[in-house]
Design a protein around this ligand. Structure first.
Ligand SMILES: C[S@@+](CC[C@H](N)C(=O)[O-])C[C@H]1O[C@@H](n2cnc3c(N)ncnc32)[C@H](O)[C@@H]1O
Length: 148
């Protein structure tokens, strides 16, 4: 399976055997890739039921083993050691989702107000350990941040 350049860049940041929560997973392609090719355990969540139905169909199509959940952000999800991926949302939504007590590694690709995102991460005592700008029709910034 082929991911978009942006999703492939995110996948490349994730170590093998990681536990992933993908918020706003849409059709689950990132999670399916990570499960199949990097042996990751993935929870693909999305606020949209049709998106999650499609993710389930895709998991069958590509013979991947992922968990799926229709959910608003991280509501009612118990966090452990997972890497949280939030990709393809604006900073306002991302910060709303992350505005809770959180220590997990974060991979965020927001398409708006990157400086506001950086300020938010700083206020939460997160350090940006990688920042990648890629061109995939538009310029996208992908940030890997760790709690300090
Ligand atoms: C543009 S898509 C991005 C899909 C994929 N993550 C990517 O980067 O290509 C944004 C997704 O976020 C979902 N979404 C929006 N708000 C959400 C929320 N509060 N909680 C979970 N998912 C949300 C939408 O339903 C949509 O599927």
């Amino acid at each position: 399976m082929k991911l978009s350049k942006r999703l492939q860049t995110i996948a490349d940041l994730i170590p093998e055997n990681s536990n992933i929560i993908d918020v706003g997973a849409d059709h689950g392609l990132l999670d399916i890739y990570l499960n199949k090719y990097k042996n990751c355990t993935c929870l693909a969540t999305d606020i949209s039921k049709p998106c999650i139905e499609k993710a389930k169909e895709n998991a069958i199509k590509y013979d991947a083993n992922i968990q799926t959940l229709v959910n608003d952000g991280l509501t009612n999800i118990n966090l452990n050691d997972e890497i949280i991926v939030i990709s393809g949302m604006g900073t306002k939504k991302v910060t709303k989702i992350l505005d809770r007590n959180i220590k997990n590694d974060l991979i965020i690709s927001s398409h708006t107000k990157i400086n506001d995102l950086k300020e938010f991460l700083k206020s939460k005592n997160y350090q940006i350990i990688k920042e990648i700008n890629i061109e995939d029709k538009k310029i996208y910034t992908i940030i890997y941040a760790k709690a300090s």
